[in-house]
Design a protein around this ligand. Sequence first.
Ligand SMILES: [Zn+2]
Ligand SMILES: [Zn+2]
Length: 359
Amino acid sequence: MKISILLLFIFFTSSITAFPHFFPNVSSIPPSLLPNATAGAWDSFHKLSGCHSGQTVPGISKLKNYFHYFGYINSNTFKNYTDDFDDGLESAVKNYQLNFNLNATGELDEPTVNQILKPRCGVADIINGSSTMNSGKAASMIGHSVAHYSFFPGMPRWSSRRRDLTYAFEPRNQLSDDVKRVFGNAFTRWSEWTPLTFTEISNYNSADLKIGFYGGDHGDGENFDGVLGTLAHAFAPPRGLLHLDSDETWIIDDVFASGSPSAMDLESVAVHEIGHLLGLGHSSVEEAVMFPTISSGVRKVELARDDVEGIQVLYGSNPTGNGTTGPTFGDRESSGAHVGLPLLVHVMFLVIGLTLFLL
Ligand SMILES: [Zn+2]
Ligand SMILES: [Zn+2]
């Protein structure tokens, strides 16, 4: 009894290792945080670029762990991971490439390694061996007319009697109103397309959806990994848990969060994870908020058509909205960060515009 109380105490004091870092924008991040923040959890995968089947290279075992974590390597197939680039790894790489719209070469070519290195959601792409992204769909089904959104196995969702959901924040995080407002905005992204409503309550234990920032091992078997790497994860209905990595540098206010090698836009990650709380899995549509990776400095908060179609399969549309006059899809936020549009292109347009103006 005493031991279990002690263990419980250790768990509660160790699972929140530090208060998460929030900054209104990139320029307000103190320089002291930046050098530390540029070394991401998966940086060592850089050196595996060019590796292919038949080779033995130090670091391959760590990559196998990565693929295992995200569902690409079945745990029964590999007990002790070696540094051999074997058939199992080759097939994992191929499935990964299919899911992320890359050439399915089975080799760790540069585009594949670059994709692997991107910070991402900790929820697996393949659950119980069945992929819901591209690799799980017949080749002939992959096309513009085919939906890419997905659900968790068994398609869990909140029941039709539960349309008004409550959410609360982990009290020990002591989050400011500014941070809470970011989540409020993220919930609205989903409620405007569905019959669902989301109301914040103060009683954490009785809320349907529980949001908290945690570091490392925090008791659910899904450990966070420090700066970058996995950013957050959330559980399918009806568990309602949304966890974010307290070791990230989170930006809460910037409309155009660019320039930092490591700062993550909080609302973008929150919108994605709420999708999981409601029952959506990952999508292979890069513009969708349910795409598994997001680069640092990128803001992606508008639901894409794929996200909306997926969530409306689960809950139907917003009865007070009207498909044509309601919110619009994805790329309307052109004044902010355009999804996936590199900063370089923005700068290029600015220079061209300025030149034309001066002429
Ligand atoms: Zn996810
Ligand atoms: Zn967790």
